[in-house]
Design a binder for this molecule. Structure first.
Ligand SMILES: NC(=O)c1ccc[n+]([C@@H]2O[C@H](COP(=O)([O-])OP(=O)(O)OC[C@H]3O[C@@H](n4cnc5c(N)ncnc54)[C@H](O)[C@@H]3O)[C@@H](O)[C@H]2O)c1
Length: 269
């Protein structure tokens, strides 16, 4: 078991990638604090873990709120023990179809940055002092391929690029305390977020057609949440003991493609 006797916090664990990661981390021996802004879905994930024999607590927190994040850490310490694994996964996508940069509202810009970027910083801010006392830890932050290429709205892309910058600085500052900090950049993953994205884009556009979206990567399909969970598990576990400050792009080859359709040209061997 890769996380035997560890205590792990997974944010955004009420659905999608976060739920898959919470279940996988639990199967790998960790006690899990399932955190989500939605009480009901957090409890659902916690029930699934409990039914499978895992040790778990469900916590409601909005990761953009410092008070909430502080409470999330304190409640984890009180109920499970000191967390030495943190998967900062909670994230918010902008309303779809995505507006052009000049049409983004200030409200939307601030909210996306607050959840996706400030939330990741707050998680680290409040967890790291505990990890230092415990002698080390491992943090995985969720960015996106939108941090690397222009494929989503400006405020979402900026929030995710910020996550990569936070990850590098945190890794540099806390490496000496045996805390590793890495980021994953998921590509299109079949979660409620991805379904909302495809459903809301203008009919006829590449982004409205799940089949066309799938073909944009060289593997020709969306990821399933478990594939992202496994990448997070690798980075969270001692298997990645020499990885820190790294960006793990796991996108079925989306970002290696220069042009849509290029994936379908297969040269003769
Ligand atoms: N699905 C994709 O294709 C994709 C691609 C790249 C990156 N990502 C990123 O992966 C992460 C997970 O995405 P997903 O696809 O599983 O999304 P999702 O919408 O399916 O799940 C996100 C979860 O986070 C929770 N959440 C939202 N705001 C929150 C807040 N303020 N505080 C606490 N919890 C909150 C939601 O309730 C939900 O349970 C996000 O950071 C997202 O930006 C997803």
């Amino acid at each position: 078991m890769k996380l035997k006797d560890k205590i792990a916090i997974v944010t955004g664990a009420g659905g999608g990638i976060g739920r898959a990661a919470a279940l996988l981390f639990a199967r790998e021996g960790a006690s899990i604090a399932v955190v989500d802004v939605k009480d009901e879905t957090a409890r659902e994930t916690a029930s699934l873990i409990k039914e499978a024999g895992g040790r778990v607590t469900a916590l409601v927190a909005d990761v953009s709120s410092s008070d909430d994040v502080k409470r999330m850490i304190e409640a984890t310490v009180a109920t499970l023990g000191v967390p030495t694994v943190l998967f900062n996964n909670a994230g918010l996508s902008p309303s779809f179809p995505k507006p052009a940069l000049v049409n983004i509202t200030e409200e939307s810009f601030d909210r996306i940055i607050a959840v996706n970027l400030r939330g990741v910083w707050l998680g680290m801010k409040h967890a790291i002092p505990h990890m230092i006392k415990a002698g080390g830890g491992s943090i995985v932050n969720t960015a996106s391929i939108a941090a690397l290429v222009a494929c989503n709205s400006a405020e979402y892309a900026a929030s995710k690029a910020g996550v990569l910058a936070l990850t590098r600085v945190a890794a540099q500052e806390y490496g000496p305390f045996n805390i590793r900090v890495n980021a994953i950049c998921p590509g299109a993953t079949a979660t409620p977020m991805a379904r909302r994205f495809a459903a809301a884009n203008p009919a006829g556009s590449a982004a409205s057609d799940p089949k066309r979206l799938e073909r944009m990567g060289v593997l020709g399909r969306f990821a399933v949440p478990d594939e992202m969970a496994k990448a997070a598990l690798f980075l969270a576990s001692d298997d990645a003991s020499y990885a820190t400050g790294a960006t793990f792009v796991i996108d079925g080859g989306w970002t290696i493609m220069a042009l849509e359709g290029g994936a379908h040209y297969t040269p003769e061997p």
